[in-house]
Design a protein. Structure first.
Length: 119
């Protein structure tokens, strides 16, 4: 089973940037898509971005399109989320996730990293 560990969260002022990393251990990323989700206090978990194993077909939530960029380096078994022009509304716990195959649900998850954006 792939284990995912997020890092790079923290406190940043509005307008600032952060880069989150998601490292896979135990085995390499499976062949399905990988993605980022977030959960703000008192809200449900929401989709942020996803990317195919090859690094193509990125998809973004409308709320982050143009500000966030998802990427991956399979040689390092790591996926990234570059977050620019951060807003207080981006404050949440960010989770990385993966699918064993594209047709599967999101079936493995990291523990999350906190991102707090101050106004």
């Amino acid at each position: 089973q792939v284990q995912l560990v997020e890092s790079g969260g923290g406190l940043v002022q509005a307008g600032g940037s952060l880069r989150l990393s998601c490292a896979a251990s135990g085995r390499t990323f499976s062949s399905g898509r990988n993605g980022w989700f977030r959960q703000a206090p008192g809200k449900g978990r929401e989709f942020v971005a996803a990317i195919s194993w090859s690094g193509g077909n990125p998809a973004y939530a409308n709320s982050v399109k143009g500000r966030f960029t998802i990427s991956r380096d399979n040689a390092k078994n790591t996926m990234y989320l570059q977050m620019n022009s951060l807003k207080p509304g981006d404050t949440a716990v960010y989770y990385c996730a993966g699918k064993t195959r594209d047709v599967d649900p999101w079936d493995y998850w990291g523990q999350g990293t906190q991102v707090t954006v101050s106004s």
